[in-house]
Design a protein around this ligand. Structure first.
Ligand code: KG4
Ligand code: ZN
Length: 333
């Protein structure tokens, strides 16, 4: 009988991650090595630095994961890797490692979309969770509302027309000299600030399910330039409140319009305290079940890749070893 265990690799950006996941639900081991300290001096992710770090880390991390879970390669059902979207050099490290192992161990290889993987993070922490549900995916590169009718059955309801939510956090923090990545710093600062101190714009409010954060980012930067004496905590809290308001309102409205009563939050920005509290409260008020992944499950990890890979393998079978990486791979495709 098959073990149902998939070895999963994630290397799309600045986290090298390896996990072993059973039948899409049970995380046996999940290792994440963040490169934040390597990139911080540059104020953002440097693609070549990321690729080199992935190359150094990937093989020892795969050995560690197998050893920690006491799994032999022969027991694996498949090897999965994120094949896009992301940085091409970074993606290729994980894809090449997964394909080489799949070939030498004679196991199926599965290519995963990073955004589909994020959608599966909550399935690992809520073993009874089932579609239909609405996914609010908020990360450094993407902000979108996806209706998941069933496994592999997705519809894009809305997306950002300019900056992603995480990108807005990172750019505002960078301008204000708060460091990188900006999300966690602004989140901490906002805790001590007044969210009503400055009324920043809430773009596209009440106008469908698309988002826009570029105007907000510019409004914050302009305001800080004109009022340098302002408390950074108040600016952070007011900016965060503007982002959270639109994300929460649109997620609730989208779930109601699609007729689903489960909302799943995912992506790096899902770690934001204001967003977690705001979405949970609005969900309760609207009679919807809101699923908030643990903070470790919000940011990039390979367990979510292993969870999504289980369903992709059942549905589509193995990916040919001739498949490469696609830095612009859309989701839903
Ligand atoms: O999903 P992720 O780890 O990588 C991508 O696939 O993009 O998301 C990283 C993004 C960064 O923009 C980071 O600033 C943001 O998530 N982030 C946060 C918080 N923690 C991470 N944004 C707001 N509040 C946080 N606590
Ligand atoms: Zn991500």
């Amino acid at each position: 009988m098959s073990s149902g265990v998939i070895l999963a690799i994630e290397s799309s950006c600045d986290e090298t991650a390896v996990a072993l996941v059973r039948r899409g639900r049970e995380q046996l081991v999940s290792l994440v090595s963040s490169q934040i300290a390597l990139h911080a001096p540059f104020g953002g992710v440097v693609p070549e630095v990321a690729s080199r770090a992935h190359v150094e880390l990937i093989t020892p991390m795969i050995s560690d994961a197998l050893e920690q879970a006491q799994i032999e390669p022969a027991q694996l059902d498949a090897i999965a890797a994120t094949a896009g979207p992301g940085l091409i050099g970074a993606l290729l490290v994980g894809v090449a490692a997964a394909k080489a192992l799949a070939y030498s161990w004679n196991k199926p290889y599965v290519a995963l979309n990073h955004l589909e993987a994020h959608a599966y993070a909550s399935f690992l922490e809520n073993p009874a969770l089932e579609p239909p549900l609405l996914v609010l995916l908020v990360s450094g590169g993407h902000t979108q509302l996806v209706l998941m009718r069933g496994h592999g059955n997705y519809e894009l309801l809305g997306a950002t027309i300019d900056d992603a939510a995480g990108e807005a956090f990172d750019k505002v923090a960078r301008f204000c000299g708060l460091g990188y990545p900006g999300g966690p710093v602004i989140d901490r600062l906002a805790n001590d600030g007044d969210p009503t101190a400055v009324r920043f714009p809430r773009a596209l409010r009440g106008e469908g399910f698309d988002f826009s954060f570029s105007g907000l980012k510019t409004a914050v930067i302009t305001h800080v330039r004109k009022n340098p004496e302002l408390s950074m905590a108040d600016v952070a809290a007011s900016f965060q409140a503007a982002v959270v308001d639109v994300l929460v309102e649109k997620a609730i409205a989208a779930a109601q319009s699609a007729g689903v009563n489960r909302v799943v939050l995912t992506g790096g920005v899902a770690a934001n305290s204001g967003l977690r509290t705001g979405l949970a409260a609005a969900g309760r008020a609207a009679g919807l079940d809101v699923y908030l992944p643990s903070r470790a499950m919000c940011t990039d990890n390979a367990a979510m890749v292993g969870a999504a890979a289980w369903w992709v393998l059942q549905r589509e079978g193995p990916t040919p070893l001739s498949g490469g990486a696609n830095p612009n791979w859309r989701f839903p495709s």
